[in-house]
Design a protein around this ligand. Structure first.
Ligand code: COA
Length: 233
């Protein structure tokens, strides 16, 4: 499997032939991952629906609200890129087990996606007719790390964590955690029930997003290639 990281900007949704090309560029077996910084203090909220705007406005800290809004603007821009629909016209709703899905236009239902955001970064993964999950976490000290690991992660991961010092264990914990959460978000099984077993039917891959972060992506179908773009919102 290859991981490519070209630079491309989905700022304006393509229409007609351009949208068809974007669709063609996402064949079955590929995951496209879009990464963006979400620090812009003035997000393009006109792209968001009423519920999203209300949620963004509820954050006590303006910066957190702006990051949340930017992450959802990114999601809409990315989905618009593949569907040729304008970002504001996409209807996104909670589907099975609350996992967000595209409801309208109906012709865009082939496109599956998932969003994750942490600190100043957001990531959106899209795929053709495969369920996908993504998770990014900032690596940070966690006082009750082993207790959390015991509740959620596999025994083998917990044993490995208990053998290393605090700094290494934080990094290892978050790398194991993002794999676990990406699988959970992919299948909608919930964090406790999700398996860390590499033999289960979900394919899961680490994504390198730079120092200080751990990230992973998961898919219900075999993955031939992961392509990645760094963009702006
Ligand atoms: C789903 C969940 C695990 C995401 O956790 P997180 O690390 O805080 O957040 P992330 O940034 O990685 O992902 C959040 C995004 O995932 C998506 N999402 C929400 N529910 C989801 C679900 N059930 N499955 C997959 N993706 C989901 C949304 O786009 C969400 O964005 P928003 O919170 O800005 O609206 C968390 O909301 C949770 O613990 N929910 C409790 C219920 C649960 O376990 N659900 C099962 C699915 S894992």
């Amino acid at each position: 499997m290859t991981v490519l990281a070209p630079n491309m900007h989905p700022a304006t949704p393509p229409t007609g032939i351009a949208a068809a090309r974007a669709r063609e560029r996402l064949p079955e077996g590929e995951l496209h991952v879009w990464v963006a910084r979400v620090d812009d203090p003035e997000p393009g909220v006109t792209m968001l629906d009423r519920t999203e705007r209300a949620r963004a406005a509820r954050f006590r800290e303006a910066r957190t609200g702006a990051r949340w809004a930017n992450a959802h603007v990114l999601t809409r821009q990315v989905l618009a890129h593949y569907t040729g629909t304008s970002p504001a016209r996409l209807v996104i709703r909670a589907g099975r087990r609350d996992k967000p899905v595209i409801r309208r236009p109906r012709s865009a239902r082939w496109l599956r996606f998932n969003l994750s955001h942490a600190g100043g970064l957001a990531m959106v993964v899209v795929a053709r007719r495969a369920e996908v999950g993504i998770d990014i976490e900032a690596i940070r000290p966690l006082p009750d790390l082993l207790a959390v690991a015991r509740r959620v992660l596999d025994d083998s991961v917990v044993r490995a964590l208990s053998r290393v010092g605090p700094e290494e264990s934080a990094s290892r914990f978050f790398h194991a955690w993002v794999q676990h959460e990406a699988r959970a978000k992919c299948l909608g099984t919930g964090l406790v029930e999700a398996s860390d077993d590499a033999r289960d039917p979900v394919c899961c891959f680490d994504l390198d997003v730079g120092p200080g972060y751990a990230a992973a992506v998961a898919s219900t179908r075999p993955v031939d290639r992961i392509r990645r773009w760094h963009t702006t919102v």
